[in-house]
Design a protein around this ligand. Structure first.
Ligand code: AQP
Length: 334
């Protein structure tokens, strides 16, 4: 495909309600990228069912997430914003790429190991093959850049290997993408166990701050965030909890971690936690309020996701047809 601009793709799963980690590590950075190239962003519902979901909740969370992405500044006139299951080419290319992805490669994926430990009664093939679907998501659009948090870097690297393997076998077919990570906020840790990342599917609600949490809830969650027995606001070995709060405050308030340490020199954890809470409340307030407004306008949301799916499918079909021809599927139907 001849491209006159960079293609940027990313997705987010409606596997829970989105957290401050998802926002700082990924979504917050998506709107500014609209000035850098053609952006495609999706609500990754096909990925979400790799873990058992309640159907009514999944449906509701997908729509809320779609509204949150709009509220975070993604402009459907500039970008292509859609729901993954509305574009059938994702599942179709994923099947083909499954056949070019090795069992050993998938077995090494950290997310698979973590999630199969957490869902021991449901280690399904979809959970195992998740990275091949993610490769399909990215490669369908000839993506150059994939903005992700640190936890997804390994999957983007596997996507690069799959693209390279396919290109090597059948000649240049896919653009080989690069991960794009933020310098700060790429991995926000759990508030109840700061050695683990903050995750929307964590069963402990005290471990995360949600985008839709009220100011009171946010303040309460930071107040009870796990820190340590010291009292200085400084990063350091074994100080994961305080280091995490410094990262959150520095991104929310637009300061460097060094500036944050200097600001809180000689002040206690109580003061600092209050400041982190307040900065987060102000950061999230406009997104929450705009989301609430958008959710009242179901017709607008429906119109927007339908238009997004149509635009995405027009691009996806081009790559998928090329792939089918290259692997040797007979005939031409469009
Ligand atoms: N704690 C985090 N810090 C920074 N970035 C994060 N991301 C996720 N958690 C953090 C980034 O958010 C984007 C969307 O993630 P996803 O929904 O595709 O899946 P995930 O990475 O598995 O996120 P969760 O919240 O942990 O979901 P569950 O609990 O369902 O597994 C990605 O760019 C991710 O890097």
């Amino acid at each position: 495909m001849i491209k006159d601009q960079k293609v940027i793709f990313s997705g987010i799963q409606p596997s829970g309600r989105i957290t401050l980690g998802n926002y700082l590590g990924a979504v917050k950075n998506w709107a500014p990228l609209q000035e850098e190239g053609l952006c495609l962003y999706c609500v990754a519902d096909l990925h979400a069912i790799t873990v058992r979901q309640n159907p009514a909740e999944l449906r509701q969370r997908s729509l809320t997430l779609y509204a949150q992405l709009l509220a975070s500044g993604i402009d459907p006139e500039k970008s292509i914003l859609f729901i993954q299951s509305h574009v059938a080419e994702h599942a179709e290319l994923a099947w083909i790429l499954n056949c070019y992805t090795m069992f050993g490669e998938l077995s090494r994926m950290t997310q698979f190991k973590d999630k199969s430990a957490k869902n021991a009664d449901n280690i399904n093939c979809g959970l195992f093959a998740y990275p091949a679907l993610m490769a399909a998501d990215i490669l369908l659009y000839q993506t150059d850049l994939v903005p992700v948090g640190v936890d997804q870097k390994q999957h983007v690297e596997l996507t690069r290997d799959i693209a390279g393997r396919f290109n090597g076998l059948y000649s240049e077919t896919f653009t080989v993408p690069e991960p794009l990570m933020q310098k700060s906020g790429a991995k926000i840790m759990s508030l109840s166990d700061p050695t683990k990342k903050m995750s929307k599917s964590d069963p402990n609600p005290k471990s995360y701050v949600l985008l839709m949490d009220s100011p009171d809830e946010i303040m309460r969650k930071f107040k009870s965030a796990v820190t340590d027995s010291e009292s200085t606001v400084r990063r350091g070995e074994g100080r994961d909890g305080i280091g995490n709060l410094i990262t959150i405050y520095s991104v929310a308030a637009g300061k460097t971690p060094e500036e944050v340490e200097a600001e809180f020199e000689g002040r206690g954890y109580g003061d600092f936690k209050k400041a982190v809470g307040e900065a987060t409340v102000e950061l999230l307030r406009p997104v929450r309020e705009r989301t609430e407004e958008l959710l009242k306008n179901k017709d607008y949301l429906e119109e927007s996701y339908k238009a997004g799916a149509e635009k995405a499918a027009r691009l996806a079909v081009r790559t998928l047809d090329k792939v089918k021809r290259k692997v040797g599927f007979a005939g031409k139907i469009r």
